[in-house]
Design a protein around this ligand. Structure first.
Ligand SMILES: *Cc1c(COP(=O)(O)O)cnc(C)c1O
Length: 234
């Protein structure tokens, strides 16, 4: 298989797994938006998937690196929706506000203000509040009650449209624990965002997206499963 065939194959297996997860949980696959995480992928691979029209929502975790790639004409030519998914430092907030369509990893009011002040006139930036699912790990995000408070408060910022929650599950957690953690966040999301016409619950990565989708994720973030050299080996 050449590289192009491998990439198309990877995409097909991810799509098939997404459909299977939808079928298993009685969900409509049209509710799911695949967020292709391109942060580790090389330029050629990303361009291949763009040219084939297979990806539209892309995720990057470093502001500088994202700008360097996506402002180049060969990338800028594609109509993409750009999500920032990394930890946003306050000093990068202005650049992020100008460049990204979504910030999926917001976890502080101060950063939100810095983003809000720098959103160009006429633009509304979509944000998700990052929730920390367990208190054991050191990952960013807020414990659920604090995340819900921040989400409510963000509704007052006019340049920002708060659309839901994002979470990273603990690595290697058993399925039963994932179901419990994802399920609890889904419940909070339904309570807090039922009235929003545009809403996203971003749970699941390459290792756990099937469970995440079964539990209600609408924006799984997938990197390595799309860009792997050899899926069998993963
Ligand atoms: C890197 C990253 C991903 C993608 O992870 P894979 O395991 O490669 O699919 C998803 N979400 C966030 C927040 C990331 O930083």
């Amino acid at each position: 298989m050449n590289r192009e065939e491998t990439l198309v194959n990877n995409f097909k297996s991810v799509s098939a797994a997404l459909s299977a997860a939808c079928q298993k949980s009685g969900r409509d696959p049209n509710e799911i938006t695949l967020l292709a995480v391109t942060k580790y992928a090389n330029d050629e691979d990303v361009l291949t998937l763009l040219q084939k029209g297979l990806i539209k929502h892309i995720g990057e975790s470093r502001v500088q690196q994202a700008l360097a790639r996506w402002t180049r004409p060969e990338f800028a030519a594609f109509d993409t929706v750009k999500h920032f998914i990394g930890h946003l430092q306050k000093n990068k907030a202005a650049k992020a506000a100008q460049f990204f369509d979504f910030i999926d990893s917001l976890d502080s009011w101060d950063t939100a203000l810095a983003v809000s002040k720098n959103v160009p006139a006429g633009k509304t930036i979509r944000v998700l509040v990052q929730v920390k699912l367990t208190d054991k790990d050191t990952q960013s995000g807020l414990p659920l009650p604090k995340a819900r408070e921040l989400a409510a408060r963000l509704k007052n910022l006019s340049a920002i449209k708060v659309c839901g929650y994002m979470a990273i599950a603990p690595q290697g957690a058993p399925k039963s624990q994932l179901q419990q953690l994802f399920g609890r966040l889904k419940q909070a999301f339904d309570e807090d965002f039922a009235a929003c016409p545009e809403r996203y619950l971003s749970m699941g990565m390459s290792e756990d997206f099937e469970t995440a989708v079964e539990e209600g994720s609408s924006l799984p973030r997938i990197g390595s499963k799309l860009f792997a050299e050899n899926l069998e080996g993963l």
